[in-house]
Ligand binder design. Structure first.
Ligand code: BG6
Length: 456
């Protein structure tokens, strides 16, 4: 199938083509891929949305947003040429005539390869997917790209999985976790496996603890209803922090083929020690921000909205990977909104007396060993956005950095365990000052094991 898609002319069909994800992330990514020749002149990019727009109006809209989002990277001539690939159709998902028109637009014989991108709300994944199947648009050379949230617990994720797999083969489904497209995250694997010496010290004999932090300064913005319901456990830990944990903890795959890499990741997720009603009190800290200097607290922000207010917007978790390499080494995961600074960082803390004291992976792509930066950022180089990397991989037919169904299910099972545990053994909802690094209880979570969050 891989060679198939490369030989065929390509259509990229974006459901939700005029929506925010498409204009903000996908179009810039496609623009850069086109600039690098990874998308050729024969490619057609079709935006589908409910609104009635003609092709020229859609092109103008895309150009305007490219200019806005790309800033200095915007090149008018390249953008104009790119816009020449764009087309638009309005689509009413439940109207057969819309699908007939799409079918007529796409090559009915499946002679062109098609990538379908679901840039629509998750409630539309199933209906769109079913229509693709029903209308026979799921040719072997087609691919489907979907993005979180893929369910909100094990059962709903399994249902989404069933619908997708009733229409497409696993090898055609690309589940995006945009953290896997971040160069800084991909660098973890390169660092670990490119130099054989790293592997000899990457284990419980040498490593004291591992800290994974994704800190954001934004609050809940316009997403309060979703975030309150999901909580940051489901919004960030189940996917993004879990993926980082897997890259840090996984064994070396037999090869770098997609399934070998993903087999190793699933094994890590399946080895996570369950968090239960018995151990949750000293394994999980959850919290909401209170008001700070000139900022309102979480509860004030959602006042007057029809929102329960029970969602955590900060969480810190102590987790163990129960395998020979990592047994009893704590992995501390921490993420939250309205924290003091926006950054993502992994700190691998070595035991006292080791030659290396710490390895730190930073968002800006530096990797520090002890205090010395050995792999600096090339300052003038544009770091490709996660979507650009991932869309390039979809076009190339490489699933290594996409999440497989069994991985999603394993991770939801572990997350469901935590939610069940905190329902059974009520867990305090702490408050932290907006603009801080979370509640004191988050420091205590480490202190009980003699550890401390690494702060610059
Ligand atoms: C999203 C979450 O998946 O990731 C958001 O839904 C979060 O709540 C975002 O803000 C963070 O992504 P990034 O790339 O800005 O770190």
């Amino acid at each position: 199938m891989d060679s198939d898609i490369k030989m065929k002319a390509l259509d990229i069909v974006i459901f939700g083509g005029s929506g925010d994800l498409s204009l903000r992330k996908l179009m810039p990514a496609l623009y850069f891929l086109y600039g690098r020749g990874e998308i050729d002149e024969g490619c057609r990019i079709l935006g589908l949305s409910r609104g009635k727009l003609d092709r020229d109006a859609f092109r103008a809209q895309v150009l305007e947003k490219l200019k806005l989002y790309l800033g200095a990277d915007y090149n008018a001539a390249q953008a104009e040429a790119f816009a020449g690939l764009l087309d638009y159709r309005d689509l009413d998902i439940s109207d057969n005539r819309s699908w007939d028109k799409l079918k007529a637009y796409l090559d009915p014989a499946g002679a062109r390869a098609v990538i379908y991108y679901m840039a629509v709300p998750p409630t539309l994944f199933a209906p769109v997917c079913e229509q693709l199947g029903h209308n026979g648009l799921n040719w072997d050379s087609s691919r489907l790209v979907v993005e979180k949230p893929l369910g909100e617990d094990t059962d709903s994720a399994a249902r989404v999985g069933e619908i997708l797999s009733s229409v497409f083969q696993e090898g055609q489904i690309y589940r995006i976790d945009h953290y896997l497209g971040k160069e800084a995250v991909q660098n973890i694997l390169a660092f670990r496996f490119e130099d054989g010496r790293v592997e000899t010290i990457w284990n419980r004999d040498h490593i004291e603890n591992i800290q994974i932090t994704v800190a954001e300064t934004v609050g809940v913005e316009g997403r309060a209803a979703f975030l309150d319901r999901a909580g940051i456990l489901r919004d960030m830990i189940q996917n993004h922090l879990m993926q980082i944990l897997c890259f840090i903890a996984m064994d070396r795959p037999k090869s770098l083929t997609a399934d070998d890499v993903r087999d190793q990741k699933v094994r890590i997720v399946q080895s996570l020690r369950p968090i239960t009603a018995q151990n949750i009190q000293d394994h999980v800290v959850r919290a909401q921000y209170g008001s700070g200097v000139a900022v309102s607290g979480y509860q004030q922000e959602i006042e007057g909205m029809d929102i329960a207010g029970n969602g955590e917007v900060f969480i810190a978790v102590r987790v163990y990977v129960d395998n020979d390499r990592w047994r009893d080494v704590p992995f501390y995961l921490r993420t939250g909104k309205k924290l003091s600074k926006r950054f993502a960082r992994v700190v691998v803390q070595f035991k006292a007396g080791e030659a290396i004291s710490r390895v730190i992976f930073n968002t800006d792509m530096t990797i520090q060993i002890e205090e010395e930066t050995i792999s600096g950022v090339v300052q003038n180089k544009r770091i490709p956005d996660a979507y650009e990397k991932l869309l390039g991989d979809v076009i190339a037919g490489d699933q290594s950095y996409f999440v497989r169904h069994d991985e999603i299910i394993a991770s939801w099972k572990w997350i469901d365990g935590i939610r069940k545990a905190w329902d059974a053994a009520p867990l305090e909802m702490y408050e932290y000052a907006a603009g801080s690094m979370g509640p004191n209880a988050s420091d205590d979570l480490l202190a009980i094991a003699g550890h401390k969050w690494f702060e610059e």
